[in-house]
Design a binder for this molecule. Structure first.
Ligand code: NAD
Ligand code: MG
Length: 386
């Protein structure tokens, strides 16, 4: 019988968060939820809290605090709000592991707090590694904390590397579905709406990552995420478009042999793997059937229609605070696109302006990252004039 693992879930009301709770619900003998956090969906957060009885509940939107506190009063659940509340959930004494499923650079400080408190990290919040990968990986090493990826591509590589020696890896191929606009040209992309961009062919996810998938920025962020998770150089990372999202990614070793990890596109699989690692757990998830997919196909990415992948590679090669600049600018433009204030192609224009105009810092520390994030957001918002 496995020992019960106590888990803090940051961003429990989101797409990854709710799927994590499905995994916990199906395995009550393995996992216990000790903290739940949500930003604004108070009703769902209350329902989750009543079902899973965590010690601590965080609602970051202060306007909703009283409602959540009242709904959970007398239940033995502490409810908090405010800027530092996520950090408290991340560092909660009883937690063994923190699953980070908030969106964007908001995950940075709580992730640092969790690592400093010695918690293993199940990392969905890729933006944290994009912004400050060097700092986060060094800190994890210092505190002997494991960072286990939840992102399906990185989970795939992680699984391919189990049992391999560190220096055996030659390169990786991250697969990309290509999103809803695969094969489209710039003329078409200039006029696409948010409704079209929000229709991902293979995955149902939060709004931000869905737009990132349509613009290929998601793959760009994942390239940088992979660099830090697996200690790779830029030329050891390749992207290949694979519309069926069955091969989740591929590791190539120095003898030329390759391992791919496959399965149906369901985030519960990588979530489950990250929570249970190094074990594998019985599940009733549907199994892949080859005859349902007689063809698995692969294409090169299109750098003319989708500039974001190159933008991310450039930022990664430049290093310093450049990935932080790209991430912050991207968070602003995705928001603006979702509010119909910026065109699809203009998103990359604004990001590139930020890259050339926000001051570059070669060896940033935490304060530099936080300042770069803030300055870039201010500058990017000025460029969104509608
Ligand atoms: P989502 O928008 O569905 O959920 C985000 C969660 O974080 C919600 O609980 C929300 O309340 C909370 N949140 C958002 N902004 C916050 C803030 N500023 N402060 C505190 N809490 C905040 O997002 P998602 O699709 O679940 O994605 C979460 C993370 O996981 C992202 O980094 C994303 O890139 C990554 N990811 C998601 C998927 C997926 O299938 N959805 C797959 C791979 C990686
Ligand atoms: Mg992914």
């Amino acid at each position: 019988m496995a020992i019960i693992k106590n888990i803090s879930i940051l961003g429990s009301t989101g797409s990854v968060g709710t799927q994590t709770l499905e995994v916990v619900r199906a395995n009550p003998e393995r996992y216990r939820v000790v903290a739940l956090t949500g930003q604004s969906n108070d009703e769902l957060l209350i329902r989750q809290s009543l079902e899973f009885h965590p010690e601590l509940v965080v609602i970051t939107d202060e306007g909703k605090y009283l409602k959540v506190k009242e709904a959970l009063s007398g239940k033995g659940i502490r409810v908090i709000t405010g800027e530092a509340s996520l950090v408290e959930a991340a560092a909660l004494t009883s937690a063994h592991m923190v699953l980070t499923a908030v969106v964007g650079s908001a995950g940075l400080r709580p992730t640092i707090a969790a690592i400093e408190a010695g918690k293993d990290i199940a990392l969905a919040n890729k933006e944290t590694l994009v912004v400050a990968g060097e700092l986060i990986t060094a800190l994890a090493k210092k505190h002997a904390v494991k960072i286990i990826p939840v992102d399906s591509e990185h989970s795939a590589i992680f699984q391919c590397l189990v049992g391999e020696e560190e220096h055996s890896l030659e390169k990786i191929y991250l697969t990309a579905s290509g999103g809803p606009f695969r094969g489209k040209d710039r003329e078409f992309l200039a006029g696409v709406t948010k409704a079209q961009a929000l229709k991902h062919p293979n995955w149902v996810m939060g709004a931000k990552i869905t737009i990132d998938s349509a613009s290929m920025m998601n793959k760009g962020l994942e390239v940088i995420e992979a660099k830090w998770l697996f200690g790779l150089a830029a030329d050891q990372i390749d992207v290949i478009v694979h519309p069926q999202s069955i091969v989740h990614s591929i590791a190539q070793f120095k003898d030329g042999s390759m391992k791919a990890q496959m399965g149906l596109p369901d985030m519960k699989l990588p979530i489950h793997y990250a929570l249970a690692y190094p074990e594998r757990v019985d599940t009733k998830f549907p199994r892949f059937n080859f005859l349902d997919y007689p063809e698995l196909t692969f294409f090169p990415p299109d750098p003319v229609s989708f500039r974001n992948l190159d933008i991310a590679f450039q930022a990664m090669r430049k290093g310093g605070n450049m990935p932080c600049i790209v991430n912050a600018a991207n968070e602003v433009v995705v928001n603006a696109f979702l509010q119909d204030r910026l065109g699809f192609l203009e998103m990359s224009d604004v990001i590139e302006r930020c890259m050339s105009e926000v001051p570059f810092i070669g060896e940033p520390g935490l304060v530099n990252y936080l300042e770069t994030d803030e300055h870039t957001r201010i500058f990017a918002r000025q460029l969104v004039t509608k």
